[in-house]
Design a binder for this molecule. Structure first.
Ligand code: ADP
Ligand code: ZN
Length: 221
């Protein structure tokens, strides 16, 4: 099963993807996480990608698409994948269809998370991540704080703020790119009849857990 997570920054794509991944036993493939791992390890791909990521710009397709293609061609994803952060443009969506076609696969479900913009900004500024690349747990200082300040509940490593989340201009750029380049994907997948839109917001008391539970109920039925 191939699932795509759509939605602006800070809506909770990573959280919902993680919950679905655990329950369905299919890997969560986050392009942002793969980039950050490469940046930390100072690989060629990481150094190149960071030129864009540090400014809040999209990494060009000639870097991003082969990277995703490699993962989708690998054994790791032979039973499916939950794509978190890819595709982000219509072009990437078309490339994805080509890659999946090779393996006689297709996108089965697209989950579109929608959150009011003011909530999004607070969420991004309060977002923290585990510094351990194998753990990658995410926290929110208000909604979902770690039980011990600064320490990951799951693995005991230090919790940090992503560099691109510290920079107001980067947050603004990323949301602008979402509106211009990524949000057209909502219609693209809606036309294919595989879109599921979910409101995820404190205001209606509906967060990642509730959304993931409802989706799982439907998938398992
Ligand atoms: P966010 O959704 O908050 O921007 P991500 O962790 O998904 O965070 O991505 C971090 C950065 O990695 C993005 O700002 C972008 O520079 C780059 N990136 C991730 N996925 C893609 C993609 N599909 N295409 C191009 N760049 C990407
Ligand atoms: Zn951890």
């Amino acid at each position: 099963m191939i699932i795509i997570m759509l939605g602006a920054q800070g809506t909770g794509k990573g959280t919902v993807a993680g919950l679905l991944s655990n329950e369905l036993n299919i890997p969560q493939i986050s392009t942002g996480d793969i980039f950050r791992k490469n940046i930390k390890e100072e690989t060629k791909l990481g150094i190149e990608a960071n030129k864009y990521i540090s400014k809040g710009q999209l990494v060009p397709d000639d870097i991003t698409v082969p990277m995703v293609s490699d993962v989708l061609d690998s054994d790791e994803t032979k039973n499916g994948a939950i794509l978190d952060g890819f595709p982000r443009t219509i072009e990437q969506a078309e490339k994805l269809d080509e890659i999946l076609n090779k393996h006689n696969k297709k996108v089965d479900l697209v989950i579109n998370l929608v959150t009011p913009r003011d909530e999004i900004i607070t969420r991004i500024t309060n977002r923290r991540v585990c510094s351990n690349q194998h753990c990658k747990a995410t926290y929110n200082l208000i909604l979902n704080p770690p039980s011990k300040e600064g320490i990951c509940d799951k693995c005991g490593s230090k919790i940090v703020q992503r560099e691109d989340d510290m920079d107001e201009q980067s947050i603004k750029n990323r949301l602008e790119i979402y509106d211009k380049q990524t949000s057209p994907l909502v219609e693209y997948y809606n036309e294919k009849g595989i879109l599921r839109t979910e409101e995820i917001s404190e205001r209606i008391n509906r967060l990642g857990k509730e959304v993931a539970d409802d989706i799982l109920k439907d998938i398992k039925n």
